[in-house]
Design a protein around this ligand. Structure first.
Ligand code: ADP
Ligand code: MG
Length: 251
């Protein structure tokens, strides 16, 4: 069953067509990777899905519901959360507070309550702390909950971002180059965690450059080149696809 659909999605920035008539289905429960050379339009696809950009043409639907005109925070509430290609953490806050902000931003209470302590909000606060600790447990960071985010290793900071995106229990998690800058050991740990997250029923849609990771973890792979989807299929199919090989050799 398709959870997220892109139907003829196009976005133009001036003369540049960054995403060009893309049709793509993300199936419930799968791990799907989107790959392609630098500048192919991968991050733009995530920005379109999360409502940061509006498609020039076409439509995106989540479980059949159109996301047209839905603001970013509502997209998160509807069950789509993400991480960014470059780390975005509150470096001077604790690991736990970084995750709690994720819970507040996608919850009903909003960021205001994350920053003020209103009596009567105590129960909700406790629930959010509990959910945040659970997310940290999942990413093997619960022991570091009181550390400032800036004191974590690079791999841990990347995992903290995932914990923050996970805390609201999304239907689908978008990961933009989660392994970027990680050492081989950190990548192995990350792959394991992504699989574990999927096994809880969360669909994974990731953009990634590391081919070993992509081939090792994805059930399906879609390939973008100059904004166009040039291939889609099982890892072994995509790996031997002539257009894909050319796109990579040409870059
Ligand atoms: P990828 O993530 O595949 O490396 P991006 O999606 O970041 O590529 O970018 C695709 C193309 O769209 C690039 O040429 C980039 O410069 C352009 N682009 C992305 N966002 C904008 C924007 N807000 N304004 C103008 N051009 C943009
Ligand atoms: Mg990108």
């Amino acid at each position: 069953m398709s959870l997220l659909s892109l139907n003829n999605v196009t976005i133009r920035f001036g003369g540049l067509t960054a995403v060009d008539t893309v049709n793509l289905e993300v199936k419930q429960g799968e791990i799907l990777a989107l790959i392609g050379p630098n500048g192919a339009g991968k991050s733009t696809v995530f920005n379109l899905i999360t409502g940061i950009y509006k498609p020039t043409e076409g439509e995106i639907t989540l479980a059949g519901k159109s996301l047209a005109g839905v603001p970013t925070h509502k997209v998160a509430e509807m069950g789509i959360t993400r991480t960014f290609q470059t780390i975005r953490l509150f470096t001077e806050l604790s690991v736990l507070d970084n995750v709690k902000i994720g819970a507040h931003c996608s919850g009903k209470a909003g960021l205001f309550h994350a920053l003020t302590r209103v009596p009567g909000m105590k129960r909700e606060e406790a629930e959010i702390t509990e959910k945040s600790l659970e997310a940290l447990q999942f990413l093997d960071l619960v022991g570091k909950r009181e550390e400032l985010a800036k004191n974590l290793s690079y791999g841990e900071q990347r995992r903290l971002e995932i914990a923050r995106a996970l805390v609201s229990k999304p239907k689908i998690l978008l990961l933009d180059e989660p392994a970027a800058g990680m050492n081989p050991q950190e990548k192995v740990v990350l792959m394991d965690m992504i699989r574990k997250i999927r096994d809880t029923g969360i669909t994974i849609f990731l953009v990634e450059h590391d081919m070993k990771l992509v081939m090792g973890i994805s059930e399906r792979i879609a390939v973008l080149d100059y904004g166009k989807l040039i291939a889609e299929g099982l890892p072994q199919e995509v790996r031997s696809n002539k257009a894909v090989i050319e796109a990579y050799l040409g870059s």
